[in-house]
Write a protein that binds this ligand. Structure first.
Ligand SMILES: [Zn+2]
Length: 228
């Protein structure tokens, strides 16, 4: 069997694109971690204000270890803020805290792309782990069973669909965050655009993830068609 160069090419491209995206978000995060916000609010304080203003009194704000590990956990009903966000009054901290609250608001309001994304989690997990097996079985079967390999490709494609659905969920959480800190909390134009820089850099990591998923999917389609 000839050596599969497409694997190396795809892996290198994904590494470069993902590397640039995560370097960029770290750069913006570090830059704006050095500037305190004008209202001197910490990440946890701003999160509490946002959640309360939206009637989400039950949602807890918790401290989580690591850097940029902030997330909203709908099953636990908690916004988890990392070391550099929870107790920090930096521009980065308020942006990230507000973004995670944006997810909590999406959940509370039943934002459709978020609902679809949640439903897709188990489907994507099962499909992506079984896709390769189905594709290999499909390729080993006689030609009248070529639909089996196609089914494997469709299963593989769920990862790309998941990444695609993640994009509007992430950008919408950031839009909500920016809108709240500007119009409800009362941060100025300059601070809001600094927050926007951090959140845009974070959103680009999801664009990079989608790009990687599509590239991997195209590689699989190419390989299967070549083998047929
Ligand atoms: Zn997010």
């Amino acid at each position: 069997m000839p050596f599969d160069f497409s694997y190396i090419i795809v892996a290198v491209v994904i590494m470069i694109v993902g590397g640039i995206a995560s370097y960029n978000v770290k750069k913006k995060y570090t830059k704006y971690s050095q500037y305190g916000n004008s209202l001197n609010l910490t990440g946890s304080q701003i999160a509490r204000r946002i959640l309360d203003a939206n009637g989400l009194y039950d949602i807890r704000i918790e401290h989580v270890g690591g850097e940029l590990s902030d997330h909203y956990d709908p099953s636990a009903g908690g916004v988890r803020l990392s070391e550099g966000v929870y107790g920090s009054n930096s521009i980065s901290a308020i942006g990230i805290a507000a973004h995670e609250c944006g997810h909590a608001i999406q959940h509370a309001k039943g934002y459709l792309p978020n609902k679809i994304r949640t439903r897709l989690v188990p489907v994507t997990n099962i499909c992506s782990s079984l896709a390769w097996v189905v594709i290999l079985i499909g390729l080993a079967l006689p030609v009248q069973f070529s639909w089996v390999a196609t089914l494997g490709i469709i299963m593989y494609a769920t990862a790309a669909v998941f990444s695609l659905v993640t994009l509007p969920v992430e950008t919408n959480a950031s839009e909500r965050a920016l809108n709240i800190i500007r119009n409800e909390i009362g941060f100025g134009k300059e601070e809001t655009s600094a927050v926007k820089e951090v959140l845009t850099a974070a959103a680009l990591t999801y664009v990079a993830a989608l790009f990687s998923a599509v590239l991997q999917l195209l590689r699989i389609i190419f390989l299967v068609n070549r083998r047929r």
